[in-house]
Design a protein around this ligand. Sequence first.
Ligand SMILES: Cc1cc2nc3c(=O)[nH]c(=O)nc-3n(C[C@H](O)[C@H](O)[C@H](O)COP(=O)(O)O)c2cc1C
Length: 208
Amino acid sequence: MSTVLFVKANNRPIEQAVSMQLYDSFRKAYIESHLKDTILELDLFHENLPYFDGQMLSGIFKAAQGMQLTSKEAELKDIADRYLDQFLSVDKIVFGFPLWNMTVPAVLLTYINYLSRAGKTFKYTSQGSIGLAGDKKVALLCARGGDYSEEPLASNEMAVNYVTRIMKLYGIHDITTVIIEGHHQYSDRSENIIQAGIRNARDAAKLF
Ligand SMILES: Cc1cc2nc3c(=O)[nH]c(=O)nc-3n(C[C@H](O)[C@H](O)[C@H](O)COP(=O)(O)O)c2cc1C
């Protein structure tokens, strides 16, 4: 029995958002095949996440130093802590996100900034950083209209690459990735590409 956190980073209607069709198929197949698991979901666009900014950082820094926080700093630090503690408490995390403007939606960047805390998800050493959350499994589910599987576009992809590298920073190497791509670029085979990706998502969910 595992506790799984589903993190959804797109609030476009599912009929229009291929990344959400991918996410939804994976989620349904996972729930059907893991009946005893506890399922949590974070819909990032509904969470109203404040920017990771100077006041939040000041709150986090001052708390670590045992210093007095202003009420705003304490409020912001508590918000970041809540998401970080939830992430650390679960066994598996599933991220569903689109490629927008070559990267992830801003809410996902904000959320990841809350998670990237030295001493919690990673630590610095003289040999470089060491991940502290390596006991978790992660699934990355992403749709992108262009085909980024090869150069020259591959180097421009900063969504799956970014989240993968962050998870590795946290020490998480058990990463399942399902991507639907090229359904805009190859418009004549768009539906086939999407349906094949959804089948891949269902298969991956059963094994995750
Ligand atoms: C605001 C926006 C920006 C986008 N930027 C890119 C992009 O940089 N590269 C690309 O291949 N497709 C881009 N697309 C297309 C999406 O990657 C495509 O629609 C994919 O299915 C993921 O988005 P969706 O889940 O919202 O449909 C963009 C779409 C939107 C709405």
